[in-house]
Design a protein around this ligand. Structure first.
Ligand code: ZN
Length: 138
């Protein structure tokens, strides 16, 4: 049987602390240990000061919608047909980094730029928990 499955993240050595955090329902962000700038996605060195020193901190989990699309024609159709319409958004976290995710639990056509959102976590597989966002006032 050729069953199509949703693509899921494949944690690597840089992103493992992020995905470990998600499993514990914590949004963890990497921060430069020298200049204090948050990095996302995780990276071996800081794009600001080139330092390779970093630490992991739990983020506030809040931010605002920077941009978004409402998916109505899913690809591949066999996998996502039951989920449309859904929202793929760029979220500007309060820590100053931008993250792609879904905004759920609201009318997709009611989303606005600057809308406040808050993270929550949804298991996708035994070892993968995804960070999703919903309106902060929900
Ligand atoms: Zn730095």
């Amino acid at each position: 049987m050729n069953q199509m499955l949703k693509p899921l993240p494949a944690p690597d050595s840089d992103s493992k602390p992020f995905w470990d955090g998600c499993r514990n329902h914590k949004l963890m962000l990497q921060r430069c240990a020298d200049c204090g700038r948050f990095r996302f996605p995780p990276h071996r060195f800081c794009h600001e000061c080139k330092s390779e020193r970093s630490e992991w901190l739990e983020a506030s989990g809040t931010g605002e919608v920077f941009s978004w699309i409402v998916v109505v024609h899913p690809v591949p159709r066999e996998v996502y047909a039951g989920e449309v319409p859904y929202v793929v958004a760029l979220i500007d976290l309060d820590e100053g980094v931008r993250m792609a995710s879904n905004v759920v639990d609201c009318d997709p056509h009611a989303i606005e730029a600057g809308m406040r959102v808050k993270v929550f976590f949804r298991p996708a597989r035994d070892d993968i928990v995804l960070p999703l966002f919903r309106p902060a006032n929900a």
